[in-house]
Design a protein around this ligand. Structure first.
Ligand code: GLU
Length: 512
């Protein structure tokens, strides 16, 4: 029935804190689906629960999506034909719909106070039961199903607080379809009468606002986390109660992200517990500890997105590296799994390593510039990019390039003890002096010509190549391993190379 509709999806976070990576994945799958179908990706802020509102969360969500490369077609900043996109700014819309359901017999007023409800809960508990506001009790409580119309009006007019509750049909099987989970059937016996609207704050609850907005915003597909699956029967029934079944969106409930070890959902606290980020960007709560972010930990957004996309979706092939464009063409809800996806922090690092290899060196140079500056290095982007090229494949995180290239710009201020013990010998140092003279005779150091010349010279003299090269390396680089020594010497230049040899001899002496 929905096949011909324009694809319109929404990411509908509640600004209750930092956006967890599970939330980013939901946004990503929505985005991929929208782009693949030439549809619209909408950001709607669901902030009707004023008590859970966290300042800064909304901004955090938008910054995170931006960093990930997820662009928004309609949203709180972008505007659009269905503005406003922040539910607290749409509060005037919802009452009318709640009342429509009261009028057509699908909802009712309830006047029970919080204390009344607490008492009922306590009583039930005392009898070993749990209280549920449902068909069994609604006719005997303070509801418009039970009170006369006059009494209801009187209470409303005198300013009593009320809520509107959905009147859950009794003993009916709700037949639902999910694009990932297939057909689902639930009997309403297990469901209670959810609050849809509260007079106290003149705000709808999640369920009402979500359905009304999805309808008004012409949402074609609802792609969201598995934790919303239990709400699906109510949502189906709300579409029916409003008479909107013919345009009801299709639903897809995504699998949970699981902890790296053992069972259970990956939680916001797991990051600190296990030492890996669970948020895209660093999060600074008003009170409490700063939480790590992928960006600050040195992940590239491309790697982060690539890793997230494969948590719960597979392309059906062996391919692992995907750009956003690749993902847009390869993604499909049919290949999203029903079972939870275990988060693997090691694999996340692997994706980052892969992406660091293919990322433009100039871009990386820009990224590490502040770190270099803090180290007292003020090299140009071009020069840093050249240094990065020599260290390619050695980094796991962006910032690794700052330390990996440090000695391209600064003389060693210490020498690795193991290397010194192994290679800084009288014999090696005297040969290093000879090599210094040879290098000094070159007009400049060029790996392609200098290296063969040095090799020939070593052979002619019957010197041991490994010993001498490692001694040179220790002098120039401070440690006997690292990238090609001739490339380093070429990069730092002849004069600097000679100066580093002199400094090493002055510091370490003539060898043991
Ligand atoms: N506001 C809900 C959330 O925080 C949205 C659920 C939905 O997509 O329907 O996840």
């Amino acid at each position: 029935m929905n096949n011909e509709r324009r694809v319109r999806v929404r990411f509908a976070p509640s600004p209750t804190g930092a956006l967890h990576i599970g939330g980013v994945r939901t946004a990503l799958y929505n985005y991929l689906f929208a782009r693949q179908h030439g549809g619209d990706f909408i950001l709607r802020i669901e902030d009707t629960d004023s008590q859970r509102f966290v300042p800064g969360a909304e901004d955090y969500i938008m910054q995170s999506l931006k960093w990930c490369g997820i662009s928004i077609d309609e949203g709180i900043n972008e505007g659009g034909p269905h503005a406003p996109y922040r539910q607290s700014e749409r509060r005037d819309i919802y009452l009318k719909y709640a009342l429509q359901l009261v009028q057509n017999g699908n909802a009712y007023y309830a006047f029970d106070s919080a204390e009344d409800l607490n008492k009922l809960r306590e009583q039930a508990e005392a009898n070993g039961q749990t209280f549920s506001y449902d068909a069994k009790v609604r006719n005997s409580l303070q509801t418009s199903l039970n009170l006369s119309e006059d009494e209801v009006n009187e209470r409303i007019n005198r300013g009593d607080q009320w809520v509107i509750r959905f009147k859950m049909p009794e003993n009916e099987n709700v037949e639902m379809d999910d694009l990932i989970r297939g057909h689902i059937s639930i009997n309403t016996q297990t469901l209670d009468d959810k609050v849809l609207y509260k007079s106290a704050d003149k705000l709808p609850t999640y369920h009402l606002a979500n359905i009304v907005d999805d309808h008004l915003m012409e949402i074609s597909h609802v792609i969201r986390g598995e934790e919303w699956l239990p709400s699906l029967p109510l949502h189906y029934l709300l579409y029916r109660a409003f008479g909107w079944e013919s345009t009801r969106p299709q639903f897809a409930h995504l699998p949970l992200l699981l902890k790296p070890q053992g069972q259970g959902k990956l939680s916001k606290r797991d990051g600190d517990k296990f030492g890996f980020p669970v948020f895209p960007l660093e999060w600074h709560p008003e009170d409490g500890q700063v939480a790590m972010g992928y960006r600050e930990a040195g992940y590239l957004p491309e790697a982060f997105i690539n890793m997230l996309a494969l948590l719960g979706w597979n392309p059906g092939t062996e391919q692992e590296i995907f750009t956003m464009d690749d993902l847009i063409s390869a993604f499909s809800l049919e290949h999203v799994s029903k079972s939870g996806a275990r988060f693997n922090p090691e694999k996340a690092k692997w994706f980052n390593q892969q992406w660091l290899r293919t990322t433009d060196d100039k871009k990386l140079a820009e990224m590490i510039k502040p770190l270099h500056e803090a180290m007292g290095i003020n090299a140009s982007v071009e020069r840093t990019a050249e240094a990065i090229a020599l260290m390619k494949d050695r980094a796991t995180f962006v910032q690794d390039y700052a330390s990996l290239t440090e000695r391209m710009f600064k003389r060693p201020d210490s020498y690795d003890e193991k290397s010194v013990n192994k290679f800084w010998k009288v014999d090696n140092v005297s040969k290093l002096r000879e090599l210094r003279d040879l290098l000094a005779g070159e007009s400049q150091i060029v790996p392609e010509t200098t290296e063969p010349k040095v090799m020939d010279w070593i052979k002619e003299n019957g010197y041991q190549m490994g010993q001498l090269m490692n001694t040179l390396r220790t002098a120039i680089w401070g440690i006997s391993n690292g990238p090609s020594i001739f490339h380093i010497c070429a990069f730092i230049g002849k004069e600097e190379s000679l100066a580093r040899i002199d400094q090493a001899i002055a510091t370490l002496g003539e060898g043991k």
